[in-house]
Ligand binder design. Structure first.
Ligand SMILES: C[S@@+](CC[C@H](N)C(=O)[O-])C[C@H]1O[C@@H](n2cnc3c(N)ncnc32)[C@H](O)[C@@H]1O
Length: 281
């Protein structure tokens, strides 16, 4: 079978299984099998696949048909300006989270030094993206998942950032080390009752621990605000990702803890996605 037909057949199968971006997914998976860029496929549509590669590709298409996300199949995901190593059991970085990186870089654009804490570090995508951009920043990433801590360490090594970041496996409740200029987090913020309505790729494959924010979705955010009120330096910043309908509740929680609200930022779909606040003395 040549590349053209492999993509055509794969697309047909994925479409039948209601996979949204069927042709794109096939191209990404086939490029991964051939260890080439996607543009290679377009330039070599007539090229025949050998038997081994065809079998590997068919197997990936089968897994994708069942809903397994592409990033878990290719074991990588682009985020901000880097390619992160991804493993099953860890949340796949989302483009919406890039809003937090952009906002943070703007906020700290004249600062040469900052000590950062990333709560719920996952793959390390947030803290490592910031450290890559700001050469004199240092940081700590915490997560209750040991898989997340080892993946973050792997990504830190990939980007040669091991000397400026440490990762600690802990529940945010039990963490009480250091004082920070910035605490940043993309916490689990999905209402427990709504998890079953998420897309099947997410619902069936991504870790509940990374999604479940309790009864109204704000339980973990509340914990982070509590923690930030003791771990932030005076005038330190708290940058939080939130659910599209959580703004009012979170602003209330922040004000109760004497945070000043600086800004609410929308994501690419124009939903409220990020709150920036400052700890007042
Ligand atoms: C939404 S994911 C974010 C992952 C990553 N920061 C990102 O943006 O892709 C939330 C992370 O919080 C972690 N987490 C959940 N409960 C936690 C807790 N009580 N203490 C620390 N981390 C927690 C999860 O394991 C998960 O990695």
């Amino acid at each position: 079978m040549n590349i053209y037909n492999a993509i055509k057949e794969g697309t047909k199968i994925l479409k039948k299984n209601n996979i949204k971006f069927s042709a794109l997914d096939c191209e990404i998976l086939l490029a991964e099998v051939l260890k080439k860029q996607r543009k290679y496929l377009i330039l070599n549509l007539d090229k025949k696949l050998n038997r081994v590669n065809l079998e590997i590709y068919k197997n990936l298409i089968k897994q994708r048909s069942n809903g397994k996300p592409v990033a878990y199949l290719t074991k990588k995901k682009d985020f901000w300006n880097s390619e992160f190593i991804i493993k099953e059991g860890i949340l796949i970085p989302r483009p919406d989270t890039e809003v937090l990186i952009e906002a943070t870089l703007e906020l700290f654009k004249y600062k040469d030094y900052a000590n950062i804490l990333d709560v719920g570090v996952g793959s390390g995508c947030i803290i490592l993206s910031i450290l890559k951009e700001k050469q004199c920043f240092y940081g700590t990433g915490i997560d209750v998942s040991s898989k997340s801590i080892s993946l973050s360490k792997l990504n830190a090594k990939k980007f040669s950032l091991e000397n400026r970041v440490k990762f600690i496996k802990t529940d945010v409740d039990n963490f009480c080390h250091g004082k920070y200029d910035l605490i940043i987090s993309n916490p689990p913020y999905v209402n427990s009752g709504k998890i079953k309505y998420l897309e099947k790729d997410v619902r069936n494959f991504e870790p509940k621990l990374a999604l479940d924010g309790g009864l109204d979705g704000t339980f973990k955010i509340f914990k982070i605000i509590e923690k930030a009120s003791t771990l932030l330096k005076s005038n330190g910043r708290l940058v939080l990702e939130i659910g599209y309908d959580q703004k009012t509740k979170i602003i209330g929680l922040l004000k109760k803890r004497r945070f000043y609200i600086n800004n609410i930022i929308k994501d690419y779909a124009k939903n409220d996605r990020c709150i920036i606040s400052t700890k007042i003395n």
